[in-house]
Design a protein around this ligand. Structure first.
Ligand code: AMP
Length: 306
């Protein structure tokens, strides 16, 4: 049994009010697989990079126990490049550059050893490629989670609507939920989106936490108030990786376990934003993670005396 993560493995250049980076390693699959690897030991990645991608960074996936057999390296081509600039509140950002490069004609290879996939995370990527990945798995996984962003809604909405019919969980942010549904109210947006295919919808609200919708149930998870937010890049992917990694670990998919999975995903995301890029989530200890989860429990637990 394994957890397969597909998404971008990329170079990012990031500007926040606290500083600026040149090209550093990023990408949705990078953040998500690292995050998932803290909960589940059999994570496998499907992605494509150019021959400009450092070998040490591929090795660092392996050091986390992540299989890179499905990571294609295209000779003579360049890796996906994204550049973004955050506004002062750090909750919103402008994309400055999206260079698809190797991603433009990415044909995902699913190695035979990945056919034991029970949990599939379709990280932020071309919707058609997300669909192809599902089709190339001989057995439908127990759980399929899809993450996407406004960029794909702008350029490939029809393909996105097709793949949405095939997934169990969709994770998007509040602005994307509004864009996808055409509704301002997140409750109305959720109702419409749950009719598009996914059985569960997670709406991420940055520093305001996340909402989980399923049938007529709603769960609200807080975000930890942090004194220092350095770089929110990858927080959504880190969240998705922690979420599915925790579910793969417990093995049973239901609303109760999803609530806990959201807290674990949020805990990992709270580490991610403390430093630039993947720096903070590369070397976490079990104790750091469990202490952080306890902070979430304390933050939102109360009793009411009647
Ligand atoms: P997040 O902050 O969770 O939205 O994720 C940021 C990461 O997504 C960065 O590391 C980028 O490399 C990657 N990314 C940015 N734009 C795209 C896109 N259009 N498709 C796939 N990945 C992207």
């Amino acid at each position: 049994m394994s957890l397969v993560v597909i998404g971008t493995v990329a170079f990012d250049a990031i500007e926040t009010p606290f500083g600026k980076t040149d090209k550093i390693v990023g990408g949705a699959a990078t953040y998500a697989s690292l995050s998932a690897s803290y909960f589940y030991k059999n994570v496998k990645i499907v992605a494509v990079v150019g021959d400009d991608f450092p070998k040490e960074d591929i090795q660092s996936f392996e050091d986390h126990g992540i299989s890179t057999e499905g990571l294609q390296i295209k000779q003579g081509e360049k890796s996906f490049f994204w550049s973004g600039k955050y506004h002062t509140d750090m909750n919103s950002r402008d994309t400055l550059v999206t260079d698809l490069n190797v991603l433009a004609d990415f044909d995902p290879i699913i190695p035979e050893s990945y056919q034991d996939c029970e949990f599939l995370l379709l990280g932020n990527l071309v919707p058609q490629v997300q669909l192809t990945t599902i089709q190339r798995l001989k057995k439908r996984p127990k759980l399929v989670v899809l993450d996407t962003m406004n960029f794909w809604m702008d350029v490939a909405m029809n393909d996105l609507l097709v793949v949405l019919k095939e997934v169990d969980v969709l994770t998007i942010n509040d602005a994307e939920a509004r864009q996808l549904s055409g509704e301002y109210s997140l409750v109305k947006a959720a109702e419409k989106i749950l009719n598009m295919g996914p059985k569960y919808l997670i709406i991420k609200k940055g520093e305001h936490g996340a909402l989980l919708f399923h049938e007529n149930q709603v769960f609200s998870a807080p975000a930890l108030p942090l004194a220092e937010v350095f770089d929110p890049t990858g927080a959504g992917d880190t969240f998705a990786g922690g979420f599915i990694g925790y579910l793969a670990k417990v093995g049973t998919v239901n609303f109760h376990n999803m609530k806990n999975a959201i807290i674990y995903g949020s805990a990992l995301a709270s580490f991610c934003v403390e430093k630039f890029g993947t720096e903070r989530i590369k070397n976490l200890s079990e104790k750091e993670i469990s202490d952080r989860v306890q902070e979430f429990v304390k933050l939102s637990s109360f009793t009411i005396e009647i």
